[in-house]
Design a protein around this ligand. Structure first.
Ligand code: MSP
Length: 473
């Protein structure tokens, strides 16, 4: 059986889950479910990033120890994903002792290989990103992604990793289409340009940050939080029983702001430790909320539970997937979600199901073909999902099976025909077959509703007790 290993970034524990995190986790879930549906053995990983300066600060603000703070917040992520019917096989926490052990071993290997040396870091650090910043990366003297006070001067003795040594190898891998692992293509050009512009070695330990994993060769230092975090993808395959074979990962999903870490630093660390590289990274863009960056200070953060309360689990999943920010940023907001929900789900799919059930109750459907992923068009659907073109993939299903059935009903108007009129039977049977197909394709996107639709049209058309998507005001 083919194996497929997919990951999301592990989210910082100082925040609560919002729709930014949700879109990556949901996209990974859709891909994971689709690969299971294709008969592959899937390992789907998500989790939380719990060390570092900003988590320690957040804990202090709440009067808790960092560990107590993490233990309080991590379950909120786990619960959010459970409520959204996310099918992750494991939830990794970087404070898990087993992860810490793998981090120490891997770094010791890098150290033993001669790729680590002591140096002095003098420059900027953004605690929001937990990242060192060059002057060029600052706008008006601070990191553009976070409030100005998060960018501070640092001067500390650190251990450095010889990142620059790996630049020729990484460039060669990316430039060769057979070994390139960066998708979409626009991101590949971005990284190649940055690699050509010159790369310096990076600090991989922090002297003054206590909340972290001690560097195995110098316990006065802790491992820089990003180095610790990236290793989660590998450590999970060592922690969870029977998953060793899943390394190298097939797909790392991530947002655009963490591209460099996932396509250069991570690869260099693995090359140094002589571990196979992940096969593909896929980077998506960002959600904007009503034209603005989502942030606590703007008060425009949307949480996944809010969407579930308004639209139900599968409604929320559909809306997030349909507005997924693939290559470009995607502007969303509650009023737009409501419009889409009513247009696509209540008035279109929901209405179709209820019309076909009402008009066709009792009609036999055994003769309609069982859907499968072998047909040409369906390969297109799988490819679109694999390339994170979720909106296009769902649009394809709606156009071919939902809109076309609604059009057919409106043309033939079976409600004006006698129940035994062959034309009426024919059109309703065809709509039932289309709905079975739609449900088959939408399984990974709306697992419960799809199951319900398949059952409604299995063997014969059954009565619908209550509407699938009640209209909302
Ligand atoms: N902890 C690091 C990742 C370490 S992975 C080894 C981190 N965490 S985070 O909590 O800031 O999450 C960042 C990720 O959340 C982004 O890469 C993206 O997947 C998702 N999003 C956060 N905000 C987002 C939007 N506004 N829109 C879409 N996704 C975004 O970085």
């Amino acid at each position: 059986m083919d194996k497929f290993y997919i990951t999301t970034p592990i989210y910082y524990i100082n925040d609560v889950p919002h729709i930014g995190h949700t879109c990556t986790t949901l996209a990974a879930d859709i891909i994971a479910r689709l690969h299971r549906q294709l008969g592959e053995e899937v390992f789907f990983l998500t989790g939380t990033d719990e060390h570092g300066e900003k988590v320690a600060e957040a804990a202090q603000k709440e009067g808790l120890s960092p560990q107590e703070f993490c233990d309080k917040i991590a379950p909120r992520f786990e619960e959010a994903w459970k409520n959204l019917n996310i099918s992750n096989d494991f939830f990794i926490r970087t404070t898990d002792k087993r992860h810490e052990k793998v981090v120490s071993e891997l770094l010791q290997k890098i150290y033993d290989g001669g790729d680590v040396y002591k140096g002095k870091y003098e420059g900027w650090y953004c605690t929001g990103c937990e990242a060192f910043k060059t002057d060029k990366e600052l706008v008006d003297g601070h990191c553009p992604l976070h409030p100005p006070e998060k960018t501070v001067q640092k001067s500390e003795e650190n251990w450095f990793f010889k990142l620059s040594k790996y630049v020729p190898k990484i460039t060669e891998l990316i430039e060769n289409d057979k070994t390139n692992y960066i998708f979409p293509d626009s991101k590949k050009s971005e990284i190649l340009a940055k690699l050509k512009a010159g790369v310096t070695d990076i600090s991989i330990t922090r002297e003054k940050v206590k909340w972290g994993i001690p560097a195995p060769w110098d316990t006065n230092h802790t491992i820089y939080v990003w180095i610790d975090a990236l290793i989660n993808y590998y450590s999970a395959t060592r922690i969870v029983e029977g998953k060793t074979e899943f390394w190298p990962a097939d797909l790392h999903l991530l947002g655009k702001e963490i591209l460099w870490f996932h396509t250069v630093i991570w690869q260099a660390m693995l090359l140094s430790a002589k571990i196979e590289l992940p096969k593909r990274t896929y980077t998506h863009s960002f959600y904007m909320i009503d034209g603005q960056k989502m942030s606590k200070s703007q008060g425009n953060v949307i949480g996944p539970q809010h969407l579930i309360d308004l639209f139900g689990v599968d409604g929320a999943r559909y809306l997030v997937a349909r507005s997924f920010p693939s290559e470009n940023d995607s502007d969303v907001g509650i009023s737009r979600f409501k419009e889409k929900y009513n247009a696509y789900l209540a008035n279109n799919l929901g209405n179709l199901v209820s019309r076909v059930c009402k008009l066709g109750e009792g009609l036999k459907t055994q003769s309609t073909p069982t859907p499968s992923f072998d047909k040409e068009g369906s390969k297109n659907f799988v490819n679109l999902i694999d390339q994170l073109k979720l909106d296009e993939a769902i649009g394809w299903v709606f156009e071919n099976f939902v809109d076309s059935s609604n059009n057919l009903l409106n043309q033939v108007t079976p409600w004006k025909l006698e129940p035994d009129d062959p034309k009426r039977i024919e059109v309703l049977t065809e709509c039932a077959a289309n709905l079975k197909k739609a449900a088959y394709y939408l399984q990974s996107i709306m697992p419960d509703i799809s199951k319900k639709i398949s059952e409604l049209f299995d063997e014969e058309i059954k009565p619908l007790e209550s509407g699938l998507f009640p209209r909302i005001a």
